[in-house]
Write a new protein. Structure first.
Length: 270
């Protein structure tokens, strides 16, 4: 049904300030429509620092995935002005494998301004073919601990797809350098358009099955420096790799058609 909501290309807009090089909205839209993602973006150091400074514990609501041992002690040890670095440090001290923070965008300045920039709003209105938009924000922290397969599934570290709106896309921004050992994000090319029938109702899918059905060269693994930005239709199959050596932290912006079927505690209407 969602594929019946066709993209509507508008006059091209060239963004010159958010990223380290100019970027065309129509170039992004064509790539998302075809492959399911666009990743040729790195935000400027100034924008990245401003975004990081906006991520404070007082601007968030916890959204743990699954049960986490020590989560209560971890939560109680946080203070309102703890920033992203403090939150990461304390999560590692309490051996929390994955932290989900839902952002109140109205309590942020730089993130809200970034999310509501003309560049992203033009992409959203065109890809969703509507002005009826909502924007939500999250921050995910994944730490390099040995965990069970059950916890990997809870942490979205098995392939899956999202179904939060009739149509939507997400923007992922790496807040630190991400290599093969830092839990890179992965996506199955073109799976936002077509999946194996057996995966339409699947919740979590093993990597070997994905390789067998979609082939290894159909899986895109995203590595890159801090500020690397991925724009992706996560109705396609995707996952976060389990970090092996270093923590991965990531800002996520969700652009949805209408209010959607998931009850986000906080969203904005641009």
């Amino acid at each position: 049904v969602r594929n019946l909501i066709k993209e509507k290309l508008k006059e091209d807009y060239i963004e010159k300030n958010l990223f380290k090089k100019d970027c065309s909205t129509n170039e992004v839209l064509k790539s998302i429509s075809d492959l399911g993602f666009y990743n040729n973006l790195i935000i400027t150091s100034e924008n990245l620092n401003n975004i990081k400074n906006d991520i404070l514990f007082k601007n968030t609501i916890f959204a743990f995935k699954g049960e986490k041992e020590n989560s209560t002690n971890f939560y109680n040890n946080l203070t309102p002005n703890d920033n992203i670095n403090k939150i990461i440090s304390k999560s590692k001290n309490y051996k929390i494998s994955h932290v989900g923070l839902e952002l109140d965008l109205n309590q942020t300045k730089a993130i809200k301004q970034f999310a509501c920039s003309k560049f992203f709003l033009e992409i959203a209105k065109s890809y969703l073919n509507s002005d009826d938009l909502t924007i939500s924000g999250q921050c995910y922290i994944s730490n390099p601990f040995e965990i069970s397969e059950r916890e990997k599934k809870d942490n979205a570290q098995y392939f899956h797809y999202d179904l939060e709106f009739k149509k939507f896309f997400k923007v992922f921004i790496y807040l630190n350098n991400v290599d093969e050992f830092t839990g890179p994000h992965s996506f199955v090319k073109k799976s936002h358009r077509q999946k194996s029938f057996k995966h339409i109702l699947a919740e979590r899918i093993d990597i070997e099955e994905v390789k067998r059905i979609y082939k290894s060269d159909g899986i895109k693994k995203f590595t890159g420096p801090e500020g690397s930005t991925i724009i992706e239709d996560t109705f396609g199959l995707h996952k976060g790799e389990v970090p092996q050596q270093d923590t991965r932290s990531m800002l996520i912006l969700i652009y949805g058609l209408g209010e959607g079927i998931k009850d986000y505690s906080s969203f904005i209407r641009p």
